[in-house]
Design a protein around this ligand. Structure first.
Ligand code: FRU
Length: 482
């Protein structure tokens, strides 16, 4: 019998029990990172939403905390963000202490059932004890619904040039921007997106990110969409453009995909991390997230990723890399120069633990190859490159339990952005998930899989001469007792 903890990752955040989806309220404050999340404590499927809570001093080891926000008379607590209100613009602060303020969607289930359109509104909660306990604002909601059925997921940031708060809000098929001096009074500034980007589903969980590009400000607008992702179900697109405090103007009307793997959704960034832009996503997909074969809980968050932008072939791309500190998660590396191909390179002792590793591959010719993780019952997870299509891929068709949803067993492609003749890959495997960072973060793919036994063999399949200059593998350290 499979233990109820089988598939529990070693170094990714999971709730101890029950259902989790989007990361919410990501904020750094007084030495702690706060991760709130869409949480239903009553079952391992989606239900009346709460904000679960976890904290970390390093973004890597999380401690689950008591639930922060419970549903109330205005409805379920849907996704949203949190800020440190340093200037106490909201007036929630006490005795010179800055309040933390959460801005979230109240979703009224009765309104939805009765066919109304105005059942999603934006509300506030605040904490004057550094995020430990939260009170809802008595004046909720702070932003009423103008008659749009999908009106949610406020992401609030501070816009320094105008000294005001900006709310980026998903409104069905477009993003609306609002501004406020105090988080309570919101003025609509503009809309973007009705005729831009992908529209195969509803727009959700946006984020607006400033970057420095050759001394000039450049903005990325993240927009999650469900369904309509390139590899099925839910995924996150982004637009490159300019933001002037009121309006977002895209450089190009098309969007690109942040992570064309199947399992990185609703990702948003932390407030108050200085010049660093750090994103965490929900490592699942609405197409099958409620049916995956974990027992005690459902779903995990991605690794924290530091985002930047880079130019390739004359276009600007969003670049994702795991935060540098991730290396702390692993034991000493085993280094192999010019590893053999078409036979197991590692098995047994080198692959100890429950199946959680980091694999670094450098100097791999950009020709056909497959990196294969496997086990004694013949499950295979294949990460590779196909030179005729120019695609990276993750193939989970034979990765183990794939029968819980018809679309799950698939080979997931993603067009390679870089044109260099060799490839560098970072692979983070954590029992039931893989995150691939290729070409220094220009290509990223995240996918979950459910092997019948732990994956404990590693090999490379390729033609003679197609092998990396170096391969490094390190096993994840056992999690510290929390
Ligand atoms: C995205 C989403 C959000 C919503 C939340 C509800 O995954 O659908 O738009 O606020 O999940 O749990």
């Amino acid at each position: 019998p499979v233990s109820s903890e089988f598939y529990r990752p070693v170094y990714h955040f999971t709730p101890k029990a029950n259902w989790m989806n989007d990361p919410n309220g990501l904020v750094y404050h007084k030495g702690l990172y706060h991760l709130f999340f869409q949480y239903y404590p009553g079952a391992t499927r989606w239900g009346p939403m709460h904000w679960g809570h976890a904290t970390s001093s390093d973004l890597l080891t999380w401690k689950e905390q008591p639930i922060a926000l419970y549903p109330d008379s205005l409805g379920y607590i849907f996704s949203g963000s949190a800020v440190v209100d340093k200037g106490n613009t909201s007036g929630f602060g006490r005795e010179g202490k800055a309040p933390l303020v959460a801005i979230f969607t109240h979703h009224h289930p009765d309104g939805e059932k009765n066919g109304r359109k105005d059942y999603q509104v934006q509300s506030l909660a605040y904490s004057i004890d550094d995020g430990k306990t939260w009170a809802k604002y008595a004046g909720n909601p702070v932003l009423n619904n103008p008659g749009i059925a999908d009106f949610r997921d406020p992401k609030v940031s501070w816009y320094e040039p105008a000294e005001k708060w900006i709310m980026t809000l998903a409104t069905k098929d477009r993003i609306a921007f609002y501004s406020s001096p105090d988080l309570k009074e919101w003025t609509k500034e503009s809309e973007f997106g009705e005729t831009s980007g992908a529209h195969g589903g509803v727009w959700e969980c946006p984020d607006l990110l400033p970057f420095d590009h050759n001394g000039k400000k450049m903005w990325i607008l993240l927009v999650s969409i469900n369904p309509g992702a390139p590899n099925g179900g839910s995924g996150t697109q982004y637009f490159v453009g300019d933001f002037d405090g009121k309006r977002f103007t895209p450089l190009e009307p098309e969007s690109k995909w942040m992570d064309p793997g199947t399992d990185n959704y609703a990702g948003v960034t932390f407030f108050n991390t200085g010049g660093k832009v750090i994103l965490i996503g929900w490592m699942s997909n609405w197409q099958y997230g409620q049916d995956v074969p974990t027992k005690a809980w459902r779903s995990a968050m991605t690794l924290p990723r530091e985002l930047s932008i880079a130019e390739s072939g004359g276009r600007i791309y969003l670049v994702s890399k795991p935060i540098k500190e991730v290396k702390k998660l692993f034991e000493k590396e085993i280094v192999i120069k010019n590893p053999a191909i078409n036979r197991d390179i590692f098995e047994g002792k080198a692959m100890k633990g429950p199946g959680a590793y980091r694999i670094l591959i450098s100097g791999m010719p950009a020709r056909d190859f497959s990196i294969v993780l496997s086990n004694e019952v013949g499950n295979e997870l294949i990460i590779g490159f196909d030179s005729s299509s120019g695609n990276y891929f993750i193939d989970r068709r034979k990765s183990g339990d794939v029968g819980f949803e018809p679309g799950f067993a698939k080979k997931i492609p993603s067009r390679r952005v870089s044109g260099t003749t060799t490839i560098d890959l970072e692979l983070y495997i954590d029992v039931a998930s893989v995150e691939m960072f290729a070409d220094n973060g220009l290509n990223v793919m995240t996918a979950i899989f459910f092997p019948n036994r732990k994956m404990d063999k590693l090999s490379i399949r390729s033609s003679p001469g197609v092998r990396p200059r170096e391969l490094k593998i390190a096993v994840a350290r056992p999690p510290a007792n929390q």
